[in-house]
Design a protein around this ligand. Structure first.
Ligand SMILES: [Cu+2]
Length: 94
């Protein structure tokens, strides 16, 4: 009985480890008003694996929460670029 519990715990930990939620901030240039921010946000939320996207036109910043098992940073940048705005290189982060 005890071994079953241990097995389930290990299984659960493995599942959590493979599906990790990641928060990333991407600088976006070209946004001038709230409507711009909304279109970037909508585009980001269409990417599979994205849980949440917050876009500020004032800060020129997109904050995205995504599952790194389903999405990657490049897909997010592509989604931003597709709207006509420009995702800035990752080097400028942090
Ligand atoms: Cu606008």
């Amino acid at each position: 009985m005890k071994s079953i519990v241990i097995f389930l715990v290990v299984l659960l930990m493995a599942a959590v480890a493979t599906a990790k939620e990641v928060t990333i901030e991407i600088k976006v240039s070209g946004m001038t008003c709230q409507a711009c921010a909304v279109s970037v946000q909508k585009s980001l939320e269409k990417v599979e694996g994205v849980k949440r996207a917050d876009v500020s036109s004032d800060k020129g910043l997109a904050t995205v929460v995504y599952d790194d098992a389903n999405a990657n940073e490049q897909q997010l940048r592509d989604a931003i670029d597709k709207t006509g705005f420009k995702a800035q290189p990752a080097k400028e982060q942090k």
